[in-house]
Design a protein around this ligand. Structure first.
Ligand SMILES: *[C@@H]1O[C@H](CO)[C@@H](O)[C@H](O)[C@H]1NC(C)=O
Ligand SMILES: *[C@@H]1O[C@H](CO)[C@@H](O)[C@H](O)[C@H]1NC(C)=O
Ligand SMILES: *[C@@H]1O[C@H](CO)[C@@H](O)[C@H](O)[C@H]1NC(C)=O
Ligand SMILES: *[C@@H]1O[C@H](CO)[C@@H](O)[C@H](O)[C@H]1NC(C)=O
Length: 483
């Protein structure tokens, strides 16, 4: 173990020195335990920051602290920018950023489509019902495919394949649960990545913390059933009596608690609502561990926690809302589409208007609390892509000052989707009884989760288009699998 430790310590030092992600191998785990697991479960605790893990651990022993006793923690992990749920989710399942996936936000735009792309509860048959009937194709955005107007399901919107597709193609089982039927997204372009998907509609709940905890419990129950090899009522597809090789899901309660109650002004400690959400999530992880132990597969399972996104601002004193219409108006030109949260993505009706729009926004920079206006060559230099070549890339990205949210909602004090540290510095850790407790302090990205999970299953992460396109490497301590 000593040599493995010093090898890793060296990787950390090297990595901090040159700032590039590299491939670290824990040789101890490799040789002694075959570096293989049979099962991987990836859970997003939506909204959970790296700093929240510290705050939770400081409150005393917990299931999370137990998981970390035999776990790797990545303390400088960043999700995608933009950091909305869809790009955040895809990062862990494809290994790629929005530039590569083409998925920029939950509600977004594409210059080759006939209407904005909104992938949320609004595409369900009936979003007031928990089991909403799934996606109504009549509500989907349309584009021309082979000269024919075609409804585009979320999964078909993704330009690269997902880890679920890689696993299913080996004849193995997959299962996933998330907050809307629109998470059909993770099935990937083939539409076939999930053996089973369970998508109760969160919009049918009351949006409060206890209601969201009750909702999240459905996801937990589904995971527990899946590890019994059982199918879940109201789910799509079937496991055929097998256990899921690759499974995943999300918790929403922390995110809702952050948006409605957040952190204590001044100390930035958890409010009671946030503590309640964390207590629930922690106990749910405990229940999952109990189930894996009862099935005698705990040591064959890698549990991965990777939040899709953080939430901003953490400090409630920084929060201020601004009407997004004022941002649109400031461009002084016709805007085809704008998506607004703690970021604004602007698609112009006419790309020739770019310099007029930028001048208008620049003139209002102070009163709209804009910190940066990214457009033109800087979009390319910062790896967002080129809006003149890629129809999914916005013409202008507005980065507001810390704590500013472009919203008309009067019920929230935090949001996600933006580029700030509070949006992007997420909780990432993984646990397996064979891992030696370790913390990695170098900068890593949520995209690195995808090659990590395939490598841990003994599969080849290079089967992921996004991993090849972005040369995404597994998280330190893991590798991309066999070639
Ligand atoms: C862990 O989770 C279980 C539920 O499975 C819960 O009863 C317990 O309070 C949690 N906390 C600790 C410290 O184990
Ligand atoms: C949707 O479901 C609600 C609650 O069950 C019902 O009242 C409403 O009529 C339904 N709407 C449609 C369009 O079916
Ligand atoms: C937070 O505390 C500061 C300083 O005491 C105060 O000015 C501000 O109004 C408070 N903000 C909130 C959201 O409570
Ligand atoms: C936004 O526009 C409204 C009028 O549409 C105006 O009353 C308000 O002051 C503006 N706010 C900012 C921050 O520009």
């Amino acid at each position: 173990m000593k040599s493995a430790l010093s090898f890793l310590a060296l990787q950390v030092l090297l990595n901090q020195a040159n700032g590039t992600p590299l491939l670290a191998r824990d040789r101890d785990y490799d040789s002694d335990h075959g570096c293989r697991v049979k099962y991987v479960v990836v859970l997003s605790i939506d909204g959970l920051h790296n700093s929240d893990v510290d705050k939770w651990l400081a409150l005393g022993p917990s299931n999370i602290s137990t998981l970390l006793e035999t776990g790797y923690r990545y303390t400088d992990a960043y999700t995608t920018g933009p950091s909305d749920s869809f790009p955040g989710t895809l990062s862990a399942w494809t290994g790629a950023n929005p530039k590569t996936t083409g998925v920029w936000y939950d509600d977004t735009y594409d210059r080759t489509y006939f209407a904005p792309i909104v992938y949320d509860e609004s595409i369900d048959y009936n979003s007031t019902q928990l089991f909403s009937g799934g996606i109504n194709p009549a509500n989907l955005p349309q584009t021309l495919i082979n000269g024919k107007c075609t409804a585009v399901y979320p999964h078909a919107r993704t330009r690269v394949n997902t880890a679920f597709e890689v696993v299913v193609r080996k004849g193995l089982k997959t299962a996933y649960t998330d907050k809307h039927p629109a998470y059909d997204l993770v099935r990937g372009p083939s539409g076939k990545g999930l053996s089973t998907g369970y998508f109760p509609e969160i919009a049918a709940t009351d949006g409060k913390v206890p209601g969201t905890i009750a909702y999240d419990q459905l996801h937990v129950n589904a995971l527990l059933d899946w590890f019994d090899g059982k199918d879940v009522a109201n789910a799509e597809g079937s496991l055929g009596g097998k256990l899921p090789t690759l499974s995943g899901g999300n918790f929403q309660a922390v995110s809702v608690a952050q948006k409605t109650h957040g952190y204590v002004n001044g100390t930035l400690a958890f409010t009671d609502a946030l503590k309640q959400a964390m207590t629930f999530v922690d106990a749910s992880l405990g229940a999952l561990v109990e189930k894996l132990k009862a099935k005698d597969i705990y040591d064959q399972t890698l549990i991965v926690i990777a939040s899709k996104h953080g939430q901003a601002p953490i400090d409630p004193a920084k929060f201020k809302d601004i009407n997004p219409k004022n941002v649109t108006a400031a461009t002084g030109v016709k805007v085809a589409f704008q998506t607004s949260d703690d970021i604004a993505l602007i698609f112009l009706a006419n790309q020739k208007d770019l310099h007029v729009a930028v001048a208008g926004l620049t003139a209002r920079k102070a009163d709209l609390k804009i910190s940066d206006i990214i457009y033109g060559q800087r979009l390319i230099d910062l790896h967002f892509g080129d809006p003149t070549k890629d129809p999914a890339v916005p013409d202008i990205i507005i980065v507001p000052q810390a704590g500013i949210i472009y919203t008309t909602s009067k019920s929230k004090i935090a949001e996600h989707g933006g580029l700030s540290d509070d949006d992007r510095h997420i909780a990432v850790f993984m646990s397996n009884p064979h891992l030696k407790k370790m913390a990695f302090g170098q900068r890593v990205y949520a995209t690195q989760v995808a090659p990590t999970i395939l490598g841990a299953l003994g599969l080849n992460a290079n089967e992921l288009d996004g991993v090849r396109a972005e040369r995404t490497e597994a998280l330190p301590g893991f590798h991309n699998g066999r070639n």
